[in-house]
Design a protein around this ligand. Structure first.
Ligand SMILES: *Cc1c(COP(=O)(O)O)cnc(C)c1O
Length: 363
C-alpha cells in the first residue's frame, strides 16, 4: 500500500533512520548497557528542557504523565486552564481521578492569560494548576513565561505544564520558569513513534509527591526520581523508543537547537503564507499562533477568511500522498490543521504546499 505522509499534528512522520535505530538488539533494563544508554541521554535531555533536574522517561503516551501529575500533586484542588480539546479534557481527567477541580475556561482559539489565573489562585483554594503550552486542537500557544511568573506569588501551587506539541520546536527553560512539571509525548515535535513520554519534575514537586499517599505506582514521581538517579526507569521501558530517542536527540544537536527552532518558525510561516494566498485565515487569536502547526479557520469564527470543503480538500491532498487533519473535537470541519513539526524542512513543506495548491484548484 502506498504510504500517506503524515501532516496531521501527531503522530507525525517518522524517518527511516529513526525506525532503524529502534531495531538494535534488545538489552536488559537493569544492566549496564541500559544505564549507559540513559546516562548518555540525560545531559542532552536536560539541555533540551532547560533543567538540572533529572529527565524521566515514561513508557506511556502523554496522558499517562498528565494523569500521573494530578495523582502525585493535587491534594486540595486543581485549577484546570482550558482553551481547547486537550486542556478541556484535563478537567475531566481530574474528576475521574477523584480530584476537586475548577475549570478556568476561555473560548477555543484564545490563549490562557496570567491575569485570569492570578485572580483564581488568589482565593487560596488551589494547590495545583494544569496548563497546556501549545493547545494542539486549536493551534494556540499560551504565553508560558507570563503565566510561570505567577509561581513567585503562589509558591505552594504546583504548576503542571504540558508541552506535548512544543517541546523541541521552541526553547524550554524549566528551571528558569520555576514551574513544577514539564512533559511531552514523543509522537509530536520529537518525530518519534507514539508510546514514550519525556518529563521533568521540580524538587518541590518531588517533596510534595512523597507526602501523597494514593499517588499509585506506575506514574509515581518518587519512583521515577529514585530510578533515574541510577539511570533506570521504575518498570521495564520501551527500550526501542529509547534507542530512537538517543538517535533523534543526536540529530537535534547536530542541527543545532537554535537552527531547529528557526526551522519550525520558518516552515510554519510557509504554511501561514500558503493560507493567506488562498484567503484562509488562522483560527487562533492574533499573536498567539502556534509555530508547530497551522489551525485554519473554516467558519468556526464567522467572517474570518473564506470557507472551503475541508473533507474534499483532505481527500484530494490524500490522493497526492499527504494526510492533513480535518479539525478536532467541536471545531471539526469548521477548522482544519496542517502540521510542520518534527523533521519537516522548507523543501518538504514546499512539496506539501504544491499538493495543497493543486487540491485548492480542484475545489
Ligand atoms: C497529542 C496531545 C496530547 C495527548 O497525547 P497522547 O499521546 O494521546 O496521550 C496531550 N496534549 C497535547 C497538547 C497534545 O497535542
Amino acid at each position: 500500500m502506498a504510504h500517506v505522509k503524515l501532516h496531521i499534528p501527531g503522530p507525525v512522520e517518522v524517518s527511516p533512520k529513526t525506525f532503524e535505530a529502534m531495531c538494535r538488539p534488545m538489552i536488559g533494563h537493569r544492566g549496564q548497557g541500559f544505564k549507559d544508554l540513559y546516562s548518555a541521554l540525560q545531559p542532552k535531555l536536560q539541555t533540551l528542557l532547560g533543567t538540572r533536574q533529572l529527565v524521566y522517561l515514561s513508557t506511556s503516551s502523554a496522558w499517562g504523565v498528565m494523569e500521573g501529575a494530578l495523582r502525585n500533586l493535587t491534594t486540595k484542588k486543581v485549577l484546570t486552564c482550558m482553551c481547547g480539546a486537550f486542556s478541556d479534557k484535563w478537567f475531566d481527567v481530574a474528576k475521574r481521578c477523584g480530584k476537586q477541580a475548577e475549570a478556568l475556561q476561555v473560548p477555543w482559539g484564545s490563549p490562557i492569560r496570567a491575569e485570569a489565573i492570578e485572580s483564581r489562585l488568589a482565593t487560596g483554594e488551589f494547590d495545583s494548576l494544569t496548563l497546556i503550552h501549545n493547545e494542539t486542537s486549536t493551534g494556540t500557544m499560551s504565553p508560558l513565561g507570563e503565566i510561570a511568573a505567577l509561581k513567585k506569588k503562589f509558591p505552594d501551587v504546583m504548576f503542571i505544564v504540558d508541552a506535548v506539541s512544543s517541546m523541541t520546536a521552541v526553547p524550554h527553560a524549566f528551571d528558569e520558569l520555576g514551574i513544577d512539571v514539564l512533559l511531552a509525548g514523543t509522537q509530536k515535535a520529537f518525530a518519534l513513534p507514539p508510546g514514550l513520554s519525556v518529563f521533568t519534575v521540580s524538587p518541590a514537586a518531588l517533596a510534595k509527591a512523597a507526602t501523597v499517599a494514593d499517588r499509585g505506582y506506575y506514574f509515581d514521581f518518587v519512583e521515577f526520581e529514585k530510578n533515574a538517579k541510577d539511570s533506570m526507569t521504575p518498570s521495564t521501558p520501551s527500550i526501542p523508543h529509547i534507542y530512537a530517542l538517543a538517535s533523534k536527540v543526536d540529530e537535534f544537536f547536530a542541527e543545532g537547537l537554535e537552527a531547529r527552532y528557526a526551522r519550525h518558525r520558518y516552515t510554519n510561516q510557509m504554511l501561514r503564507d500558503w493560507g493567506a494566498r488562498h484567503e484562509l485565515r488562522l483560527f487562533p487569536e492574533a499573536g498567539f499562533e502556534s509555530v508547530t502547526l497551522c489551525c485554519f479557520n473554516n467558519g468556526a469564527r464567522a467572517g474570518l477568511g473564506r470557507t472551503i470543503d475541508v473533507a474534499k480538500l483532505q481527500k484530494l491532498v490524500k490522493d497526492r500522498g499527504f494526510l492533513i487533519d480535518g479539525g478536532y473535537g467541536k471545531i471539526k470541519g469548521t477548522t482544519f490543521r496542517v502540521s510542520n513539526m518534527g523533521d519537516e524542512t522548507p523543501e518538504t513543506i514546499q512539496v506539501l504546499i504544491g499538493a495543497l495548491d493543486e487540491a485548492m484548484a480542484k475545489l
